[in-house]
Design a protein around this ligand. Structure first.
Ligand SMILES: Cc1ncc(COP(=O)(O)O)c(C=O)c1O
Length: 368
């Protein structure tokens, strides 16, 4: 059988259509250009007389300095990329010495398996959550002299759990003995409605690598702005060379829009965190009466992973929810997790209560 390295992308290709409501969306529901312009209160492209040239490979000064301030590092520690997808690729290539083992805390962003294969790194996939709590002993036990990096997603998509700072410190201490790096995919970093103290890996150890993006927290996945942050200048100079090789630079339009978004980021993020909090209230209300579904409430990020109290075929249920109600659900098995589905909490326009009523009705019909 052909190996499918992109089950999530294939699932979307096969099921997404106009008018369908993607109930599994993993960030703030994307904005239209018009909505984004109203949100930031100015034209998206104001300087129409500047030449449309290549940007510097490491990114434009304005955006890098805004991010440097947010992470409390200097500008030279910031590399702008085409989304987190590119910064993850760059981080892995920069930390590997032409090979090595990468420990991946699962669940992790779907396309990673193909990426590791393509760049010739040996993956060790380790399940990191038991009952939504991060367990690190299996990661600690897997570290050896061939480990070049540990890749973690914090907060986790889809689980919504965050990793305790003490545990990250233990891992950092262990890796400092070997010279390997922790790369943390922090695309949900600023969606922190329930955990104000939660912070980037960079606040614990600047020599590690943080991956960030505008896609999820700001509802703009299409502008393709991500970044890589590290104070390790050896890694940074390799990262810039790799960036030059992969894509030369990131669009000046996208960087200029990103800069406008970040200019008012505190207010925008407060608004987005309120949206998620409101959706969590609806989720809690539903869970208090649901016969069929349970869910650990997420600590951060824009997703959670409800599970079934009874034996339910999530794929069949997803099919029914799509054909009868127009809701596109991502069953857990597509993400490599059993017995549940990914639920997005970043909806601005979708009424989650209607979705909950529909799913409760369908499961009841299945059960009877
Ligand atoms: C956990 C995680 N990391 C990274 C990415 C890639 O994000 P970007 O749009 O910034 O490339 C995604 C996108 O779905 C994601 O879910």
């Amino acid at each position: 059988m052909k190996n499918n390295y992109f089950p999530l992308e294939t699932y979307y290709d096969e099921n997404f259509a106009d008018g369908v409501i993607d109930i599994s969306c993993s960030g703030i529901e994307p904005y239209s250009f018009y909505e984004l312009q109203s949100l930031i209160g100015s034209e998206l492209v104001s300087d129409i007389y500047s030449p449309i040239e290549y940007a510097e490979s490491f990114g434009v000064h304005a955006l890098r300095s805004q991010l440097a301030e947010k992470y409390n590092v200097c500008e030279s520690c910031v590399l702008i990329t085409n989304g987190a997808s590119e910064s993850i690729t760059i981080a892995l290539m920069a930390t590997s010495n032409n090979g090595g083992n990468v420990i991946v805390g699962m669940p992790f962003y779907n396309p990673l398996k193909m990426l590791l294969k393509t760049i010739g790194l040996r993956p060790q996939y380790i399940n990191t959550y038991e009952n939504y709590v991060f367990t690190y002993s299996n990661i600690m036990n897997a570290i050896n002299k061939n480990t070049c990096a540990i890749l973690l997603n914090n907060p986790n998509n889809p689980i919504g759990a965050i990793i305790d700072k003490k545990i990250l410190s233990l891992l950092i201490n262990k890796l400092n003995e070997t010279g390997a790096k922790i790369i943390v995919d922090e695309v949900g970093l600023w969606l922190t409605y329930r955990n104000k103290n939660y912070n980037s890996i960079i606040a614990l150890d600047g020599n590690m690598i943080a991956i960030g993006s505008l896609s999820k927290a700001f509802g703009v996945p299409g502008i393709r702005i991500g970044w890589l942050i590290t104070t390790d200048m050896d890694i940074m100079s390799k990262a810039i060379e790799i960036k030059r090789t992969l894509s030369c630079s990131t669009s000046i339009f996208a960087q200029s829009i990103a800069s406008k978004i970040l200019y008012d980021s505190e207010n925008i993020l407060m608004h987005h965190n309120n949206i998620i909090s409101k959706n969590i209230v609806a989720l809690k209300k539903y869970l208090s009466t649901s016969e069929f579904i349970r869910c650990s409430l997420p600590s951060a990020g824009a997703t959670c992973f409800p599970t079934f109290k009874h034996d339910i075929n999530a794929k069949k249920l997803a099919h029914k929810m799509l054909s009868s109600h127009n809701y596109l659900m991502v069953p857990g098995e597509i993400l490599g997790i059993d017995n549940g589905f990914r639920l997005g909490l970043g909806f601005r326009n979708t009424d989650l209560i209607k979705f909950f009523n529909a799913i409760e009705y369908e499961i009841k019909t299945f059960a009877s």
